[in-house]
Structures are given as C-alpha cells and as structure tokens.
Design a binder for this molecule. Structure first.
Ligand code: FAD
Length: 505
C-alpha cells in the first residue's frame, strides 16, 4: 500500500536516461509513473564516451541487443587503456580488464613471476595477458566461452557516442512508458514540515509532483545541492586536474581497441576512437595552464581534421556527501565527479542505480536503506579516488611543477595501507565496493616499477625449472591464440558495422 508510484527524473543526459531505462524495466508490469524532465535549452555535457566492462552487463540486463546498440551508437570495442608518458616520458603500458596468467595452487600468479625474477629470470607479466597481446596488434576478440583460461578470463567495454547512447535509451524507455517533458525546472518546492521535495515548477508554469526525485541535472545538482544543501566533499588536495577541453575529429586509420591516455606536462590527453570519428580531450590542472594554452596544446596534438568547436569544462574533483538525501537520489555528475582517467563516471551511474534498485524505498523512506546506499557509494568512490591518485603518485616524472606536485603530495591513509601492503608482501587487497579488481591495481604497481619485498612463500616451493617450463607454455599458447585473431576493424566490419551518420540521415 505504501509503494512509491510516482517518480520524477530531472535531466536527460547519460545519467537521466540510464535511470529512466532501469526504472522502467524495474517497474515493468507494475503500476508506477516515471516522468523525465529535461531542458533542450540547457543541453547535456556531451562527453563521456569511454566505458568499463560493467556497461556490457547493464545493457544486457535491460534486454538490449548488443549488436543493435553498437550500430546505433557508432561504438567500437575497448580492451583497456594504453597509458603513454605516464611512468616516464616515452614509457608506455597497458591496463587491460583482465587477470594475468592463472592462479596456481591457490596462489596468485604474480607471486610466481616475482619469485622467479628474484632468481634471475626476466619474466614480463604482460606476456601473460591475452588482451594485451591483442591490443598490441590492434586486434579484437570476445572472451572465449570456456573458463578458466587466460583466453577467457578478460572483459571488454565500449567507446560510444554519448549523445547517441542517451537517444537510444530514450527510445527504449519511452517504449516502456516513461513520460518525457522538455522543460526547464525553475523552482524546487519543499514540504515545509520535513524538507522533502514535493514538486517542481517549470519555466512554462507547469507543476510536476512526485514522491521520489532522481537528480540527473549535471554538475549543478539542482535538487540534491541547490534545493537540499547536501554538501560536497572536495578532493582537490589529492587530485590536481580541474579543467578539461574536448573536441571531435575525423578518424585517421583504423580504430584502436583501446583508449589512449597520453600524459602531458600539466595533465593528460585522451583519444577515444568510435566507428565514425575520434573523441579527443585534454584534462589539466588550471593552476598550471590557462584555458587558451590547453586548447592550443590539444589542437596541436590531434591527428584528423577537427569537426566541432572545442568545449571547455571546469570541475571540482570530489563527491556529493550523500547521493541519497530525503526523497532525492543523485546520479551522474550531480553526485560528484572524478576525472575520466579510468572512465569511471558512467560505471558509477550504473552501480548507483544497482544499489538503488536493491534498496528501493517505499514511501516511508527508511533511513537504514538510505544510510546503507550512501555508505556503499561513498566507499566505492573512495577506492576509485585512491586508484586514480596512484597513477600520479607513482610516476617518475619530475619535468614540470605539476608532476613534482603529484609526486610530493600526501596520499590518503587508505591508499598508504594498500600500497604499503603490496610493497611488503605482494598482497592485493579487494574491498567490498571496488570498481577495479586486484589485477588492475597489479597493473599499476607493475607498470610503475613497484616490486614487493617478499612474495607468498607457497610460490617459492615448486621447482623453478618446472615453473619456467609451464610459464613458457602459457606464453606460447597466448601468443599463438592472439596470432589467429582478426583485427578490431575486421571484427567490427564482420559483426556490427554501423552506417556512417551521413548515409543514415
Ligand atoms: P549532463 O550530461 O550534464 O546532463 C544534465 C541534464 O540535466 C541535461 O539533460 C540538462 O538539460 C538537464 N538539466 C539541467 N538543468 C536543468 C533544469 N533546470 N531543468 C531541466 N533540465 C535540466 N564518463 C565516463 O564514464 N567516461 C568518460 O570517458 C568520460 N569522459 C568525460 C570527460 C569530461 C571532460 C567530462 C566533464 C566528463 C566525462 N565523463 C566521462 C563523465 C560523463 O560525461 C558523465 O558522467 C555523463 O555524461 C553523465 O552526465 P549527466 O547525465 O550526469 O549530466
């Protein structure tokens, strides 16, 4: 009897339409009204095109056909991120969505590699990653369906056109009954007794009433912050980049099956290849570089012809103190923002929606549910924050005040503990709410040259000769399998080639 029957989403960017699609599916066959209000005058942020693997499950759980979605969003596949100039100028490493090698005798693989290397071998962890071998050759294959095997134990994500993704989910949601209103919210009306949101007033005078409000209004947080004063936790003492400039260009050559992240003197540049174009951007610390210089630097480092005007963004790295406050739930940029170094924003939308659905309230808005969702989300964001800080903290670069500041800055205690434990014994911590698996942390430690002082003693028991022989076989089988795989472009052409936008118009 106390069920929520009237939900209002404000904002029609990626967050708004992901929420609408998920809630429409959640309420399918049950009585509830879901209304999405967005302002075409204000528009969306229009970036956010690199994802991490959870997006594949998100779409699958909605019942969306993968091939249809890839074609509709001009998507390409993403096996991970290639980091250039990060550990040192000229250095390159790859972060795959995958484990390395295979656990043996219940001991993680990297312990064997470190143990053998202390015995004089020069084994390279990256030789035991199938997706890294594919990426090096510009190839793509979906994971083999028969785990456990290094050929099966990896995931992939997409690069997609963010506006086309939102448009796809809009059609999907409206088919499931979501009501859409193009209008600008001018006032948020609160109940004077309990401070809950009662209704929204649009510029044209319409009043939209609701029981539960989802704030997807972007950085401003119109409901969660401007109306409810929830508060924001600023993390700029740890993450120094606070500005970005983005531009699209024509694609030159074949799309890579990975995002490129190229470190520069005061930040880093991204290249995100789609089927029909390249997304480019530069994230930087505004205290070290002006907007004009940043734009020039970006434009000077683009391969194809530029096809739109550069767009500038400013942000405060951090998070909303609580994403759920009273009868308002914030998603996307309204809930906080960490720079897109590991493409975590869309993933955070998705995991926040999953938590919301698990603890979906009734009209009593039980405080325990709210507190648990906030606890889980806050902890997830802290782990991502720590993972991002690691990229800067461990770099050897000392060629600019920006990099010196990154190296010398203090780090959160949670990260000190994680890093210290790995340095001492090679142990990789996995928390309840980690977006990145231990293998991702291992990638960073390995790429930045952190070698543990000791390893799991069980890895030292087997005969080194036998281990080396087994590892050689594993490496050969990975390389052999990679040599059979077709190129990323050939995979797209064969399975999911999109119609170029001009032809489809
Ligand atoms: P927006 O896209 O800003 O949408 C806000 C919506 O609210 C719009 O529809 C707007 O019209 C509406 N609105 C606002 N005010 C009102 C009002 N008063 N009345 C009615 N409607 C209103 N994420 C990734 O996962 N991967 C990436 O590679 C990535 N790269 C990024 C690069 C940059 C430079 C930035 C800034 C972000 C990046 N992100 C990335 C984050 C990603 O873009 C966002 O998480 C995602 O687009 C969701 O945005 P949103 O829907 O929260 O907000």
């Amino acid at each position: 009897m106390n069920n929520i029957k009237n939900i209002v989403i404000v904002g029609g960017g990626t967050a708004g339409w992901m929420a609408a699609a998920s809630l429409a599916k959640f309420f399918e066959g049950r009585q509830a009204t879901i209304t999405l209000v967005e302002s075409s005058q204000i528009g969306t942020v229009g970036v956010g095109e690199a994802t991490i693997p959870g997006i594949v499950d998100f779409n699958r759980n909605l019942g969306i056909d993968e091939v249809e979605l890839i074609k509709a969003t001009q998507a390409s596949f993403k096996l991970g991120i290639q980091f250039e100039n990060w550990n040192r100028v000229g250095g390159t490493f790859f972060h795959p969505f995958a484990d390395y090698g295979m656990e043996m005798q219940h001991v993680a693989f990297h312990h064997y590699i470190h143990h053998l290397n202390t015995q004089g071998t020069q084994l390279d962890l990256t030789d035991y990653s199938f997706p890294i071998q594919l990426a090096r050759q510009n190839k793509f294959a979906q994971p083999h369906p028969n785990p456990p095997s290094p050929l099966a134990d990896y995931s992939y994500a997409y690069h997609f056109d963010a506006s086309l993704y939102a448009a796809y989910l809009k059609t999907f949601s409206m088919k499931l009954g979501v009501k859409w209103i193009d209008g600008e919210v001018e006032e948020v009306n609160l109940n004077p007794e309990d401070g809950f949101i009662q209704s929204l007033q649009l510029k044209d005078g319409q009043i939209i009433e609701g029981q539960f409000f989802i704030d997807c209004t972007g950085f401003k947080g119109l409901l969660i912050e401007q109306a409810l004063n929830t508060g924001y936790e600023d993390w700029s003492q740890w993450l120094f980049c606070d500005a970005a400039v983005a531009v699209q260009s024509e694609l030159v050559g074949e799309p890579t099956p990975y995002t490129r992240s190229i470190a520069r003197e005061n930040g880093w540049q991204w290249r995100i290849p789609l089927q029909h174009r390249m997304g480019n951007g530069y994230i930087y610390a505004s205290r070290f570089e002006s907007n004009d210089d940043a734009e020039q630097l970006l434009l000077a480092n683009i391969e194809g012809r530029v096809i739109n005007a550069p767009r500038h963004f400013r942000f405060t790295p951090g998070r909303r103190k609580n994403i759920w406050n009273k009868n308002c739930f914030a998603l996307g940029l309204a809930s906080g923002f960490l720079e897109p170094l590991e493409s975590t924003s869309i993933s955070l939308i998705q995991t926040a929606i999953a938590k919301l659905l698990t603890f979906f309230p009734d009209a009593s808005f039980n405080q325990f549910n709210i507190a648990e969702v906030n606890r889980l989300h806050n902890s997830e964001m802290e782990h991502i924050r720590d993972f991002l800080i690691l990229h800067y903290k461990l770099s050897e670069r000392d060629d600019s005040p920006f990099w010196l500041q990154c190296r010398n800055a203090d780090i959160p205690d949670s990260l000190k503990h994680k890093l210290g434990l790995y340095q001492s014994c090679g142990h990789l911590i996995e928390h309840e709410t980690e977006s990145f698996e231990p293998s991702s942390w291992l990638t960073m430690y390995n790429a930045f040259g952190v070698v543990p002082d000791s390893v799991d003693i069980r890895a030292t028991v087997a005969s080194s000769e036998m281990l080396i022989k087994n590892l050689q076989q594993m490496k050969n089988s990975i390389q052999g399998a990679a040599s059979q795989v077709i190129s990323h472009q050939a995979f797209i052409d064969r399975h999911c080639k999109a119609v170029p936008p001009k032809e489809s118009e």
